[in-house]
Design a protein around this ligand. Structure first.
Ligand code: NDP
Length: 453
């Protein structure tokens, strides 16, 4: 650390990764500033994980009310009303509370918060408005932003950003894409009573997930009434501000009240001045870094969505811990991308950790596959037809569990525990010798005895 500069570290972007890096580094004694042009907490807190999960909770309530009758509760469903503005307002109050917490966390750690848009004047100088700040290190943690494909009428298409502040829900909505955000929002909208059509260009959505998971999720989403159309994409949209005429790739048209694109996110690097300084960007526009988050300019590092690693909050947080230690700690530490668990909060949830069956086979493993499909106990009385899928991919030689996959209620909660076991190298025999918790759905993961493949 040097006293020649205004700061030891300037972090650009106060999202999950940036805030964690700033706090940890300040707690290590570094003089740290963080620059943010929008909102504290970044995508996750403001227009991502947190408000999304609140909406997911909200969208489940309708089913819970329907299920109540089987348990003896008399809920007059014809009198049940849902008020979207109330949900949005309550969500906004919670997000503002979290913004405040983020601000206080930074201030209490001694981090200087600079509001505005940052530009890099040179490898050690950040300009925000009229002010110039010099620093030993700069970390780019600017995150990512939704991309809408370039089609006629794209300006009338919404992204997840706007969905969080929608003034009212339409009767019908089109969701475009087949990744995390598309399936999560299709579930939210359908759960809140919006007739929902999801359009995906490929044969089956959720590319990259286990094949069984993808098929099972499609079946369950269709059962809940979501109109899934695969091999279908949008060519153009025309809108008068209320109605949307969507032209599909087969030439047919769809009329809807809203079109939301969830067609991926790009790294947010415009205006930073990175290229002028010689910071290398990848073909996809990500900031290129080495294993220690250093860019092609030694004083500039980057982490989180902007570097093209898995776009997940816990990944950015872990990267921040490693980078802070490397910059201001003992200089040690490596980021471990092995066995990253993840959940998709569609309905039902998906939880997954480790390799898919196809990935395991491609990697040369001789695998055994264990699979269980059942109707969760709760639905024996509720009468709901929803089913649950659990799958383990096991290496025959070592007996190690290579992948665990689930579609069903609380899949995210259940998968977190499995991830610990798999990180510790658990074998199928150890899964088998673990006693179940009865009666739960999760116990199925330790009672699958006969391989299906
Ligand atoms: P994804 O990359 O997951 O999915 C993008 C989808 O859009 C894919 O289905 C893709 O199709 C499709 N697509 C891309 N380009 C086009 C195009 N030109 N025309 C038609 N379809 C297109 O992005 P998301 O926006 O859903 O999410 C971004 C990331 O955010 C995720 O990857 C995830 O890391 C993170 N996230 C995590 C969540 C969680 O942890 N629960 C929740 C939400 C987001 P194809 O498959 O054919 O390429």
């Amino acid at each position: 650390m040097s006293d020649n500069h205004d700061f030891d570290l300037i972090v650009i972007g106060a999202g999950s990764g940036g805030v964690r890096l700033a706090r940890m580094s300040a707690q290590r004694g570094a003089r740290v500033a963080i620059v943010e042009s929008r909102y504290l907490g970044g995508t996750c807190v403001n227009v991502g994980c947190v408000p999304k999960k609140l909406f997911v909770y909200g969208s489940h309530v309708g089913e819970d009310l329907e299920d109540a009758a089987g348990y003896g509760w008399n809920v007059p469903l014809d009198q049940v009303r849902f008020d979207w503005p109330t949900l949005v307002a309550n969500k906004n109050t919670e997000i503002e509370r979290l913004n405040g917490i983020y601000g206080r966390l930074l201030e209490n750690a001694g981090v200087t918060i600079i509001e505005g848009t940052a530009t890099l004047a040179d490898a050690n100088t950040v300009v925000v408005g009229e002010k110039r700040y010099t620093t030993g290190h700069i970390t780019v943690a600017t995150g990512s932003w939704p991309v809408i494909p370039d089609i006629p009428g794209k300006e009338s298409i919404l992204t997840s950003n706007e969905m969080f502040y929608l003034p009212q829900l339409p009767r019908h909505a089109v969701v475009w894409g087949g990744g995390y955000i598309a399936v999560e929002f299709a579930g939210i909208l359908a759960g809140l009573g919006v007739e929902t059509t999801l359009l995906y260009r490929g044969d089956l959505f959720l590319r990259g997930f286990d094949e069984d998971v993808r098929e099972f999720t499609a079946t369950e989403m269709r059962r809940k009434g979501v109109d899934l159309r695969f091999g279908t994409t949008i060519e153009a949209v025309e809108s008068d501000g209320t109605h949307y005429d969507v032209t599909l790739n087969d030439g047919t048209h769809l009329t809807t009240g809203l079109v939301m694109a969830a067609t991926g996110r790009r790294a947010l690097v415009e205006g930073l001045g990175l290229e002028a300084l010689g910071v290398q960007l990848s073909e996809k526009g990500h900031v290129v870094v080495d294993d220690h988050f250093q860019t092609s300019v030694p004083s500039i590092t980057a982490l989180g969505d902007v570097i093209g690693t898995p776009q997940l909050t816990p990944v950015a947080l872990a990267q921040a811990m490693v980078l802070s230690r490397r910059l201001f700690g003992d200089g040690q530490g490596e980021m471990d991308y092995h066995c990253i668990p993840t959940a998709v909060f569609c309905q039902p949830n998906i939880g997954t950790v480790g390799l898919t069956e196809a990935e395991a086979r491609e990697a040369g493993h001789n695998v055994s596959v264990y699979r269980s499909e059942f109707r969760p106990m709760k639905h024996t009385l509720s009468g709901r037809q929803e089913r649950c899928l659990m799958k383990l991919v096991v290496d025959k030689e070592s007996d190690k569990v290579l992948g665990a996959h689930m579609v069903g209620p609380d899949a995210g909660e259940i998968t977190q525990g499995l991830a610990v076991a798999m990180k510790a190298g658990a074998t199928k025999a150890q899964f088998d010798s673990t006693l179940g918790i009865h009666p739960t759905s999760a116990e199925e993961f330790v009672t699958m005895r006969e391989p299906v493949a």
